[in-house]
Write a protein that binds this ligand. Structure first.
Ligand code: MTE
Length: 319
């Protein structure tokens, strides 16, 4: 058997082989392994033989989403990023965000709540973390399949006991121009990055706070140490590096709404029938694939979330 040095193993191979290994010991064990953003000690030992080419066996843990589409590679997920605080060049973000300090980190949760609270990132990692395999569909018409680690946002919100007057949730990213060169290059934007959800969207089980992907802690370029993931909405709603969450009465203005360009609105549900002003949303480029594929209503999550919008005109999904 060939021995593979740990330096030869990409995190993706380690992760996929661990998933395969875990098939033998049962799904519960997998959950336990993912119970926290996996510390290094949970990696297979360096000398463990890894054969990433092995085809999934009967009953193997899925390496696809529920539609049968393969995970996007770890390499692509961590090197092709939208994070304007660092750069508008997707290939430059990983390098520019590399030294971004994600510890210590606090998240202040307040506004219209009974029990406002400041959570340390360590408190956040104490919530039971689970794996969620979601498609991420960017408004720029590209997409990925990402195995996230995280937990439903609703669990965090329940801890602070929202008041009945709270109708929306406002999220705010970390902002420090000295650490985030992209903000200096875009002084016309109303930093910090802000996004929002309705209470019903925020409490929906598909809406998660993510702390990791591919079984490892999030890297800075993906929004470490804590980001939102709302899989049926365009990716810009999935705000990175969250430091503040407020329950509010009025619909919050996101950075994109406040920028004055009138391009991206509040709801931003993926909709192939409503084009962006400058390009079609009917199809998308799946990163790592050739050609284009059709974009799905609500990014393929219509059965789960369409009932959230009984009265919303489909044009309002976007703007
Ligand atoms: N969050 C912040 N703070 N700043 C950003 O520029 N970009 C958004 C979203 N969250 C962005 C952000 C966009 S447009 C997308 S598509 C996703 O992050 C991309 O996430 P990824 O780089 O992890 O794929």
């Amino acid at each position: 058997m060939t021995k593979i040095r740990s330096s030869d193993i990409t995190p993706e191979q380690v992760y996929l082989s661990r998933r395969k290994f875990m098939t033998g010991v049962g799904a519960l064990a997998l959950l336990a392994a993912c119970g926290r953003a996996a510390p290094e000690s949970e990696e297979p030992p360096a000398a463990l033989p890894v054969d990433p080419t092995l085809a999934p066996t009967e009953g193997a843990v899925a390496q696809t989403d529920e539609l049968g589409d393969s995970f996007t590679t770890f390499e692509a997920i961590t090197n092709y990023n939208d994070y304007y605080e660092f750069s508008t060049s997707k290939e430059a973000v990983a390098r520019l965000a590399g030294d971004f300090p994600t510890r210590p980190w606090t998240i202040e949760v307040g506004g219209l709540v009974q029990k406002p609270r400041i959570f340390d990132i360590e408190d956040i990692l104490r919530f039971d973390q689970e794996e969620r395999i979601y498609r991420l569909r960017c408004v720029e018409a590209w997409s990925m399949v990402i195995p996230w680690l995280g937990f439903p946002l609703s669990r965090l919100l329940k801890e602070v006991e929202p008041l009945s007057s709270a109708k929306y949730v406002r999220f705010q990213s970390f902002y420090d121009p000295e650490l985030m060169p992209g903000t200096l290059a875009l002084p016309q934007y109303p930093w910090p990055y802000v996004e929002g959800l309705s209470i019903a969207e925020a409490m929906h089980d598909l809406t998660i706070l993510s702390t990791g992907l591919y079984g490892k802690e999030l890297l800075p370029q993906n929004g470490a140490p804590l980001r939102l993931v709302v899989p049926w909405k365009y990716g810009f709603k999935s705000i990175k590096a969250i430091v503040k969450i407020d329950l509010v009465e009025e619909m919050p203005a996101s950075l994109w709404m406040a920028s004055g360009y009138g391009e991206y609105g509040f709801w931003a549900n993926v909709n192939p029938d409503v084009d962006h002003r400058r390009w079609s949303q009917a199809t998308e480029r799946r990163i790592g694939e050739n050609g284009r594929r059709e974009t799905l209503f609500f990014n393929g999550y219509a059965d789960e979330v369409a009932s959230l919008y009984p009265n919303l005109d489909s044009r309002d999904w976007y703007y």
